[in-house]
Design a protein around this ligand. Structure first.
Ligand code: UT7
Length: 325
């Protein structure tokens, strides 16, 4: 049994079709929906997002991200004994996207399951994988966030369809004698189920209810800016650290204004915040590992640095993880 778990490699993947605001605005205008680049940039910071092609699923994006993370960690798939895929857009009702990914990787035989905590899914999954490694249940985990939110958007609802994108990010988390994941702080409050949801379900061989994303944006915004600071501070306290120890904050990428507000409350300058929302939009559970891999690969985030990961989303769920890379 190891005392700690540590990230040994990161990876990500974005589908090739990238839509700038201008292209999306023109496509929506052709369908009679009025929006603008100015509104989207000013209210959210989003300038572009990636959408999958027909026939491409979350497991396909997860597969590419996982391969990149395994290569960075210098591990092969057969060494992986735990796969957790955080997703709200699974390939099928069941089996889990994690099982589909496991088979695509040829990593068969270990533990595999999905984590459903919407945009907080990756933070939840990382914390669960850390616990499983610490108890000796696993030694080498793949923790993935993968989403195809373009499939659950209502392109007649301008308040939501301009916000989201598709993509996947992954980390390899291994048993370690030196500290990596230092602390996490996770929460949910189910009384807010209705403010961000996809209410449809399968019943009698058909979809019953509305199978597209519904969001009360202002309610989500207000809750998000309140809870993220609390989770970050609680995780810092558990880790025996203060905000001065944070080299990089890697927040869920939903809205630049939420990130700026959290950074301000934590007295972190924005040049310590990894921002990808401008190029990726909100990719739900994939956004944090996508941003982490972006920061690592472009040389901003360096080994040994202390990171704050924090997410918030449907459920209502929220949480933070403090780690040493
Ligand atoms: O990933 C999970 C977490 N999700 C989030 O964190 C999302 C949190 N919420 C938000 O980021 C923001 O609330 C939004 C970006 C969704 C909306 O921004 P807002 O500043 O709260 O705008 P609003 O909802 O108050 O809408 C302002 C105006 C409205 O017009 P009126 O009623 O003032 O005339 C909307 O109808 O903007 C209008 N509007 C749009 N206009 C052009 C809403 N969507 C659009 C649009 N284009 N796409």
């Amino acid at each position: 049994m190891s005392l700690y778990s540590r990230i040994t490699g990161t990876g990500s993947y974005l589908p090739p079709r990238k839509l700038s605001n201008a292209v999306l605005v023109a496509e929506l205008a052709a369908k009679g929906l009025e929006t603008s680049d100015d509104w989207i940039v000013e209210r959210t910071g989003i300038r572009a997002r990636h959408f999958v092609a027909d026939g491409v699923f979350s497991s396909d994006l997860a597969f590419e991200a996982a391969k990149n993370a395994l290569q960075a960690a210098n591990r092969n798939a057969q060494e992986v004994d735990l796969i957790i895929v955080a997703t709200s857009t699974p390939d099928m009702v069941f089996p889990s996207t994690a099982c589909i990914l496991q088979n695509k990787l040829g990593a068969n035989g270990g533990i595999a399951f999905d984590m459903q905590a919407v945009c907080t899914g990756f933070v939840y999954a990382l914390s669960v994988a850390d616990s499983m490694i610490k108890t000796g249940a696993a030694k080498c985990a793949l923790v993935v966030g993968a989403e195809v939110f373009s499939r659950i958007l209502d392109f007649k609802d301008r308040t939501t369809c301009v916000l989201f994108g598709d993509g996947a990010g992954a980390v390899v988390l291994e048993a370690s004698d030196t500290p990596g994941i230092l602390a996490s702080d996770l929460h949910a409050d189910g009384k807010h189920v209705g403010i961000l949801c996809v209410p449809g379900h399968v019943s009698g061989g058909a979809i019953s209810g509305d199978p597209v994303l519904k969001m009360d944006g202002q309610a989500v915004f207000k809750l998000a800016v309140g809870v993220l600071e609390d989770a970050a501070r609680a995780a810092l306290t558990k880790a025996g650290k203060t905000e001065k120890d944070i080299d990089w904050m890697i927040p869920h990428q939903a809205n630049i204004r939420i990130m700026q507000s959290t950074a301000k409350k934590l007295k972190l300058p924005m040049d310590k915040v990894i921002v990808t929302v401008d190029q990726h939009g909100n990719t739900s559970a994939a956004s944090i590992p996508l941003a982490l891999d972006y920061g690592v690969r472009n040389g901003k985030i360096k080994p040994g640095q202390t990171l704050l990961l924090e997410g918030v989303g449907g459920g209502f769920t929220w949480g933070a993880v403090i780690l040493n890379l």
